[in-house]
Ligand binder design. Sequence first.
Ligand SMILES: Cc1cc2nc3c(=O)[nH]c(=O)nc-3n(C[C@H](O)[C@H](O)[C@H](O)COP(=O)(O)O)c2cc1C
Length: 342
Amino acid sequence: MAPMTRQFSPNGVPDQKVADYYRRRAEGGVGLIITEGTTIPHKAASSAVQIPCFHGDALEGWKHVVETVHAAGGKIAPQLWHVGAIRKPGEGPYPDYPSASPSGYIKPGKQVLEPLQANEIDELVAAYTQAAIDAVRIGFDAIELHGAHGYLIDNFFWEGTNIRDDEYGGDLTKRTVFAQKIIKSIRAEIGDDFPLILRFSQWKQQDYESKLAYTPEELEQFVMPLSDAGVDIFHCSNRRFWEPEFEGSALNLAGWVKKITNKPTISVGSVGLTEEFIATYREGTAEVAGIDELIERMEADEFDLIAVGRALIANPDWANKVKESKMDELVTYDKEMLNTLV
Ligand SMILES: Cc1cc2nc3c(=O)[nH]c(=O)nc-3n(C[C@H](O)[C@H](O)[C@H](O)COP(=O)(O)O)c2cc1C
């Protein structure tokens, strides 16, 4: 299950309804649930009070979610999140606290904040690390770091929001230093055996056409330092899993990252649906689509795991239905479904 923010956690604490929502997907045959983004212990991490936190009282709530999913035979990883530059003034549980971004940019050329100081960056690394320690302690099966879509870690990755001239800025490899520090710090605490996933994307919510890497060589300069720092699995966020990443090859982003790093990768994007996810925010629905091409690509070992998002909101038992070839029982995804937690 792909991570999907739902904002149904009262005051940031996931409750029984949240546990039941994930239980239904575990019962429905999902192998690994990656939770909605859940915010690290930092006052600027969250942009809304109903987004689940990953600190304080919320940890008891998450422990119950984990136990519930395990009892249903599932596995679950929290997606550890800091929204970075995306948080507007006054948003989130600490409205007066300033947002955080490497150079204070929300998008290229638009500086809205002071750049982060080095000691503030150290605090952020410590906050990610604390969240990872807590994830292990309360029984999660893996950890995913949200390094995609224009949020904090991606604000460091992207030249459009990172113009620092210290150790955290510079070329594409240098812009991974913040993430490398987080990964190494987490590894030092949780050991080598606990699975650590990093989600990243070429696209940004600030600019869907933007990319971090324009060639396979650039992609290597980006992923290898992260791989060496201790990432086990790369979750390569695409809006359409079938799109070739670079000219001259049919491989998608997850295919390229697997080829370069030799590590397992997760692909994602419009599985089982006719429309990609940004379009459905506007247009509302996505019809059920077949998965033949997905199966071909998985059988060819292009990538190892596939994340399914909206199809699982519409059909909690999507995995079992597909396994049993009951495609005709799957229902259309409608954005109205986001108004309730079913
Ligand atoms: C309602 C909604 C919330 C989302 N929230 C997150 C999130 O918290 N973290 C994240 O990395 N991606 C998030 N995404 C992106 C999904 O994880 C996924 O990449 C995207 O929906 C494409 O998959 P799909 O076409 O199967 O839905 C969200 C998508 C939707 C529709």
